[in-house]
Design a protein around this ligand. Sequence first.
Ligand SMILES: [Cu+2]
Length: 171
Amino acid sequence: MTKKRRRHQKEHSVSFMGMTRKRIITYGIIAAIISGISVVGYKSMIPANGNTPVFGIPSNHFVKAKYSAGSGYAWVSMSSGTAKGLRGSGGGGIMNPTYVFNRGGLQSMHLINEDYETHSKHNFNIDELNIHSKDLAYSASQTITFIADKPGNFQYYCNIHPEMKGNITVE
Ligand SMILES: [Cu+2]
């Protein structure tokens, strides 16, 4: 073999190795993205008051923070109690609705601040179930999925506006 040919082979093998490395990096990035997505997906199945993911369909409850000159601040139910899949949501347009949850059931509270009158922040808390939303600014929203794991009568409330409160029964 001549010197020239050997050099040519060496160059060829370097460029082949380079391509492999590039491919490994590409696959690595793809794998990282996929595992990132699955971590996010896994985390979204962990209830706010638990550590392990729950495979189930939560009951959905839609509620908005509102102010009106006549009745002041309130959490107002946005969903119809008769609508399919919205059992226990307390009916549409009800101020500070009462919620009844089955013990052990997975619940999703969909919160939105629609207080365009005062633009105040609002939050949603159920101390006994360890549920605490962020302070939601005007137009901000948050969904909290949790397990109603304790039987009893509790209250939800906004700690900025004491009148924004209602009853929760877990039975
Ligand atoms: Cu409030």
